[in-house]
Design a protein around this ligand. Structure first.
Ligand SMILES: Nc1ncnc2c1ncn2[C@@H]1O[C@H](COP(=O)(O)OP(=O)(O)OP(=O)(O)O)[C@@H](O)[C@H]1O
Ligand SMILES: [Mg+2]
Length: 393
């Protein structure tokens, strides 16, 4: 299943928005704080969730809100969900039930959509006994996001079962993939062992540690990778996660990650899960820097409406762009320099125009102390000062 297009009207803070085409593999939503990124992900998740969920609200002062979603199986008749103040309900009376198709995979009772909200960290949990059956009742509460508390029990149970002769290849492969997750962004980390104390131990450059001792960045990756593997295994026991072709939503993918890892995470996920359609939100230029042109959904507000900006200037993607270029031309940042720099630069230009040698030298010395030693702005200012000082005639 792939999501193809989405229309939102009067939901949360969004008056109207139309995303005509989603990329089948990766979609990176960016835009300023409060523009509606989480709202878009919530709206998508809502269409795949039980109707008793009240998290999503119509826009204040509006009578109703609507979400219209088109997937690859309902192109002819899009599904529209009505968002009222209290109980949301279906809007269009389709001849056959699209909603049930959104809520459930064709071959299973479970939804094809997995949602990671911004909670990614976990703390230590004692495992005294293991549940035989994993919790599957929550699969339709997609709006609540994946529960990260269930991952440890899931891993331990499956690791213990993986050595049993009756365990099928699918389950064995899933647990092997879960073990690989520790090294996806740094190869010097790897799974060590599940010991008798029911703790999961990891090889790290500073020794063997329980997995809860890992840094926030590692925990973030484990939460997402294990979350996907676990949800697929629990909902669709016959499908190996690499073959799973559902949708994964991730809000603020860069959370807790160093810029270097922000630049690797999308590629790591799309390689590990080649058939999943990812729809993620981000504030990170490093995430966008790894994207192809059709993978970026840059939002801006126009006349009170939200729209996807056309990024014609990058028909071949952003892999050759600098972070500064992405910040200004994609993410809509007005200036990447500080207020201090801009006003000093102006003072310097005024001193040059007034042939004020004393003041120009004074301001240049201030700039010299604070700018990067190899800054081109600094080199240009030095050249201009030399001209003023009469060094070039
Ligand atoms: N029912 C509502 N009616 C009107 N506006 C609302 C409603 N619910 C939320 N909002 C507004 O919508 C915005 C929230 O949007 P959202 O959380 O999607 O932003 P975001 O792009 O994810 O921002 P951030 O980057 O800070 O997470 C807020 O500005 C909030 O004031
Ligand atoms: Mg948000």
């Amino acid at each position: 299943m792939k999501i193809e297009s989405l229309k939102i009207e009067n939901v949360g803070g969004i008056s109207s928005l139309s995303i005509e085409k989603f990329d089948p593999k990766l979609n990176i939503i960016c835009g300023e704080n409060g523009i509606g990124k989480t709202n878009i992900l919530d709206s998508i998740a809502h269409c795949f969730s039980q109707l008793s969920n009240f998290i999503l609200k119509r826009k204040s002062n509006c009578v109703n809100g609507y979400i219209t979603i088109v997937c690859d199986f309902n192109r002819i008749e899009p599904y529209t969900c009505l968002i009222e103040s209290f109980e949301p309900r279906d809007y269009n009376q389709n001849p056959y039930d699209f909603r049930s198709k959104l809520l459930a995979n064709f071959d299973s009772n479970y939804s094809n959509l997995i949602y990671f909200k911004t909670e990614r960290l976990f703390s230590h949990k004692w495992i005294s006994s293991l549940e035989i059956y994993d919790e599957v009742e929550n699969h339709l509460k997609n709006l609540d996001g994946v529960s990260i508390q269930l991952a440890k029990d899931w891993f331990i149970k499956n690791e213990l079962l993986s050595s049993q002769p009756y365990t099928n290849d699918n389950d064995k492969n899933s647990i092997e993939l879960a073990k690989k997750a520790f090294g996806i962004l740094n190869k010097s980390y790897s799974f060590s062992a599940l010991k008798q104390d029911m703790e999961i131990y990891i090889n790290t450059p500073t020794g063997i540690i329980p997995y809860e001792y890992l840094s926030s960045g590692f925990k973030t990756c484990i939460t997402i990778v294990w979350g996907i593997i676990r949800e697929v295994q629990v909902r669709f026991p016959d499908i190996f996660v690499k073959d799973f072709n559902g949708v994964v939503l991730i809000d603020e993918i860069e959370l807790h990650l160093h810029p270097e890892w922000q630049g690797k995470i999308c590629n790591a996920l799309t390689t590990l899960f080649p058939n999943i359609q990812f729809i993620i939100s981000t504030h990170s230029p490093h995430v966008i820097q790894t994207a192809e042109a059709n993978e970026v959904i840059a939002l801006s507000r126009k006349n009170g409406h939200l729209e996807k900006r056309t990024l014609d200037i990058a028909p071949y993607g952003f892999k050759g762009w600098t972070v500064e270029e992405i910040l200004t031309d994609v993410m809509g940042m007005r200036d990447t320099r500080t207020e201090w720099f801009r006003s000093k630069q102006k003072e310097f230009d005024n001193a040059l125009d007034a042939n004020d040698v004393l003041n120009a030298n004074k301001i240049f010395n201030e700039l010299r102390l604070k700018l990067h030693p190899s800054s081109t702005d600094l080199a240009l200012s030095r050249f201009q000062l030399d001209m003023l000082n009469g060094r070039y005639k």
